[in-house]
Design a protein around this ligand. Structure first.
Ligand code: MN
Length: 231
């Protein structure tokens, strides 16, 4: 087979304790999945989970022990951080029941769902898709994937984000409205999950703006930290 031009390289994420990397298929994201964040965005109550996607090549992959760089994106004056637990799917499937979800999970990572909030809000007001606010280049920083067996009890883990050393977000994965297993059940009813899919599971309260020069350090207990500077 020949191509008109070189195909895009496969995006991959390092895996803790392995030389083989995790090749990325799709990036799914869950909206408003912590109650206190839903409230700060002007919503209340438990609604069915809803999803949006980011392109695989919007990842900013940060290798273990490194500080990554995210260029400040175009068109926005209100770039927000959203610290999130990321689930890495190792075995695909459709209509996966929550009770079976664990078998489909390869591991977990710390990720940031970076958001052009002003553009997202404009799109919301007009009832238009969020793509320009959510799915832009470099919008998905991620750290190394920790295999499930080494990750501890991620469902109860503390999740936090500091900007320039000061706390911005601090909560527990236990406060997810739809936990990881329930999210996989809902997501796999809408799309057939594939090995290589990543799921950004939602952010707790405390989202706010960052500017060029800021250093963000996100953590999920048991998964290490993700460090990134806005350039
Ligand atoms: Mn998010």
């Amino acid at each position: 087979m020949s191509f008109l031009f070189p195909p895009a390289p496969t995006v991959s994420v390092p895996v803790v304790g392995q030389t083989s990397r995790f090749p990325v298929h799709r990036i799914y994201c869950v909206g408003r999945n912590y109650e206190e964040h839903a409230k700060e965005m002007g919503f209340t109550g438990r609604e069915p989970p809803f999803f949006f996607l980011k392109p695989a090549d919007s990842l900013v992959v940060v290798e273990a022990g490194q500080t990554g760089t995210m260029p400040y994106p175009s068109l926005t004056h209100n770039l927000h951080h959203e610290i999130e637990l990321v689930v890495a799917i190792g075995k695909g499937g459709r209509h996966i029941q929550a009770a079976d979800a664990a078998k489909h999970i390869y591991g977990y990572a710390v990720g940031l769902d970076m958001t052009r909030r002003d553009l997202q809000n404009d799109m919301k007001k007009q009832g238009r898709p969020w793509c320009i606010g959510k799915a832009f280049d470099h919008s998905a920083p991620i750290g190394p994937i920790t295999p499930s067996a080494q990750a501890g009890d991620v469902n109860q883990a503390e999740i936090s984000l500091q900007v320039n050393g000061a706390d911005r977000q601090r909560s527990s994965v236990a406060k997810l409205i739809w936990n990881v297993a329930e999210t996989i059940e809902h997501l796999s009813a809408a799309w057939e999950l594939q090995p290589g899919d990543l799921i950004y599971t939602g952010t707790p309260e405390g989202v706010a703006a960052v500017i060029a020069g800021d250093t963000l350090v996100g953590e999920v207990a048991g998964l290490g930290s993700l460090s990134i500077q806005i350039a």
